[in-house]
Write a protein that binds this ligand. Structure first.
Ligand code: NAD
Ligand code: TYD
Length: 350
């Protein structure tokens, strides 16, 4: 039986990755290592928490001695590393949290693997989950490929870029078996409502303003989170060691068009008069250093591993809205307490 350590498994993407592994791979013991920051929520895994091949461990990847004990206690065969500080706006406010978790935390994990696997690298794998934001910002034309030069422009993307470089350096220098993927913007169930789509859903439900940064013309490529989790499972099993795979939705939207589509879906679902949600759209001060456009060329993963997105955006967005409407208590719980002061600071002064 192989033991797979997933970091950040109580977060948005990590919880979908854990569910996939636990349900599809009874031959794995899956350990979810998560520090349960504001973004970590064990409620996301309520349905699988009692499965015999699943175990939760609370701990901080910044704490090297904790990691070394964890690797001494368990024989870990593979790591899927998702734990990170993940929100650009928070990185603008508090860059050091991103430097610590995303860079130091990743190096600590690499060191723990190097030590634990020093006598036997065969069959081991360190899989690092990263973002398309490391490539910087595109103009109207072009797509990010795996060969695009890194050009990170926010403390978040710079910290992720740094961690990607360290993962590759450990592969080249020490022969650590690694694989990486860089994905576009995810959406779907369980996303914390600091990110655009769940924040807008929350505000529409409560008839609060929907804040759009700048003119709403920035473009993102959106991928349904379960498609990302499937891609991660595929790369973990079939990806070539040392290789990077870009994952994207082939689904570019300006923020304003995306929000208008969401507003139409919400009006229908909430049985409100057409145009009710759109009237909440409010343009606010732009994000500092706001990247204009992200778009991914995912031909490598599609040609080499046969992956492609399974859903259209319209279907995925409707599924997402349905999930948030059916799980309003989840939303109410995560938006009580500290979220209120975060929201006030981010938006009420804008
Ligand atoms: P998230 O913020 O929802 O979850 C992060 C998880 O990491 C949380 O459960 C949190 O408690 C945990 N964590 C944070 N600091 C930790 C620490 N020091 N020790 C242990 N656990 C810690 O993030 P997400 O959106 O699920 O993103 C997961 C990964 O995927 C990140 O590495 C992110 O950079 C990457 N990614 C995200 C997106 C996206 O659109 N959300 C796109 C591409 C890549
Ligand atoms: P976000 O969900 O924070 O993801 P990222 O910055 O990693 O792409 O933001 C997606 C886009 O939406 C981005 O262009 C910023 C914009 N945005 C708003 O216009 N208003 C908001 O309240 C938020 C959170 C984001």
């Amino acid at each position: 039986m192989k033991t797979i350590l997933v970091t950040g498994g109580a977060g948005f993407i990590g919880s979908h990755v854990i569910r996939n592994l636990v349900q599809k791979h009874p031959e794995y013991r899956v350990i979810n290592l998560d520090n349960l920051t504001y973004a970590g929520n064990l409620e996301n895994l309520e349905d699988i928490k009692d499965q015999s091949n699943y175990q939760f461990v609370k701990g901080d990847i910044v704490d090297a001695s904790f990691l070394s004990e964890l690797f001494d206690t368990h024989t870990i065969d593979g790591v899927i590393h998702l734990a990170a500080e993940s929100h650009v706006d928070r990185s603008i406010e508090s860059p050091m949290d991103f430097i610590n978790t995303n860079i130091i935390g990743t190096v600590n994990l690499l060191n723990a693997c190097r030590t634990a696997w020093k006598d036997q690298l065969e069959g081991k794998l360190f899989y690092h989950i990263s973002t398309d934001e490391v490539y910087g910002s595109l103009g109207k034309e072009g797509l990010f490929t795996e060969e695009t030069a890194y050009d990170p422009r926010s403390p978040y993307s710079a910290s992720k870029a740094s961690s990607d470089h360290l993962v590759r350096a450990y592969h080249h220098t020490y022969g650590l078996p690694v694989v990486l993927s860089n994905c576009s913007n995810n959406y779907g169930p369980n996303q914390f409502p600091e990110k655009l789509i769940p924040l807008a859903i929350h505000n529409i439900i409560h008839m609060k303003p929907i804040p759009i940064y700048g003119k709403g013309e920035n473009i993102r490529d959106w991928l349904f989170v379960k498609d990302h989790a499937d891609a991660i499972e595929l790369i973990f099993h079939k990806g070539e060691t040392g290789r990077t795979y870009n994952i994207g939705g082939i689904n570019e939207w300006t923020n304003i068009d995306l929000i208008r589509l969401l507003c139409r879906i919400m009006d229908q679902k909430l049985e409100r008069r057409e145009g009710t949600s759109e009237s909440l759209i409010t343009y606010v001060k732009d994000r500092a250093g706001h990247d204009m456009r992200y778009a991914i060329d995912s031909s490598r993963i599609s040609d080499e591993l046969g992956w492609s997105p399974s859903l259209t955006f319209e279907v995925g967005l409707e599924k997402t809205v349905d999930w948030y409407l059916e799980n309003q208590q989840w939303m109410e719980r995560v938006t009580s307490g500290a979220y209120q002061s975060y929201y006030q600071k981010q938006y009420e002064e804008r």
